[in-house]
Write a new protein. Structure first.
Lengths: 225, 225
DNA sequence: ATATTATTAGAGTATATACTCTAGGTAGTC
DNA sequence: GACTACCTAGAGTATATACTCTAATAATAT
């Protein structure tokens, strides 16, 4: 593997593990057992590394959220979208952690991320539309769908931060992809009141599969003082 | 005003304005035109400053979210809760920006924040309960209320980050409390399908008052490619 | 074989950051 | 007026961070 690619890969790994803020270019070089000079031969600065990682992230999610326009959408499609988005979030989890700082440090990233958000929101809205077309949820007014899609996006992008900060565990490191996928449960909560009778039971059953396991459940449900 | 209090106040101001990551103890001292030594006479380290600010934040929100148990809840109460929470979020907006890093750097803060989250979630759940008792929304099963409350919390805590990152503006600094309060619109979206006929129109009208102004609306609604 | 280009090592640097240390000033009290 | 507790200035420091520079080595083309 090329040194350049190794730098990207290791950076992502270290960023995810320790947070971008705690990972210096010297750390990355040391981790790869190469010299800082070598690293800076391949990348002009740390921002460039981060930007390239963002481009990969973007590509991955865009690939996942490609919605077929020649047929109806199925429950399996929906499951795939949800699972995939959380997969992507997991693989690039460092990104949302320091999002504001990163966007403030790099205008390219700011603009790129803004467009990316727009595409994701549009995709979510399109999914809701197609769920209605497929008779899985009742049709909704345009405005409501827009607001709901935005809420879904907010829950998805904030779910990991919630787990890391509100989790019973001492450190935020012990989080797994499994925990993260319980976010699907939260997202499916949105659909409940809009489900058609034909699909109601099936979606509720699907949702049950993602029900958080006991530790968190207890945490969430017994928090009532 | 005591130097100690001035340090807390200015720190909060600078953190909110530039982000905790970009504000050093030397900056704070320079801003107050006092010496670094003076600052460190009053606080052992930066973490201590942040922790004390958190305690104030906590106190403020706890005060806002004190729910009366001797009477029914009204729409005005609900409006007050929502407005207040966004006020608090605004006044201490630096906090959620670097939340994960802050919690990783200070175990006291981690534990304090965890308990704080639990209290907030419990309060939201209690509000939903009391909205049902007051006949504003239909009663819901315990489990659904818990999941919905969590979603509300996720939307509230992530709404500002969304505005700052996805906003059309170049920098994230131009955000105002007015923009932030449009988050109320998003939260009220949750209630729509559960509203009782008696209150439906009134809540929808209330929601309309928080409808995002054109720039964002356009941004949100035309994002569909 | 030689010239050229791509890659790498490693020492080094300017700046920043959190924090320390010493010396001295102020305000109130007996 | 001296004692004490509190407060402040300001120079200084150890460490870290992002990044540079030069020289050497490997790969490739001619």
């Amino acid at each position: 593997m090329k040194t350049r690619d190794k730098i990207l890969l290791s950076s992502l790994e270290l960023f995810n593990e320790h947070g971008e803020r705690n990972v210096t270019t010297n750390h990355i070089a040391a981790y790869l057992v190469i010299s800082p000079g070598n690293l800076y031969y391949h990348f002009r600065n740390k921002s460039d590394i981060i930007y390239e990682i963002f481009l990969e992230y973007e590509k991955l999610v865009d690939y996942y959220l490609d919605i077929p326009e020649d047929r109806h959408i199925t429950l399996d499609d929906m499951t795939f979208y949800l699972e995939s988005v959380f997969d992507g979030l997991w693989s690039y989890r460092f990104f949302h952690r320091d999002l504001e700082y990163l966007l403030d440090s790099d205008p390219r990233l700011r603009q790129g991320y803004r467009k990316f958000t727009n595409r994701c929101l549009a995709a979510i809205r399109r999914i809701f539309e197609k769920l209605a077309e497929a008779g899985i949820i009742e049709p909704q007014p345009e405005e409501l769908r827009a607001a709901m899609s935005l809420n879904v996006w907010l829950v998805i992008t904030n779910w990991m931060a919630f787990l890391k900060t509100a989790h019973a565990a001492k450190d935020s490191a012990s989080l797994t992809l499994i925990d993260l996928k319980q976010g699907v449960y939260q997202v499916l909560t949105f659909e409940i009141p809009y489900l058609t009778p034909a699909y109601r039971e099936r979606v509720l059953a699907l949702r049950e599969k993602y029900r958080p396991t006991l530790p968190e459940r207890e945490f969430i449900e017994t928090a009532c003082k």
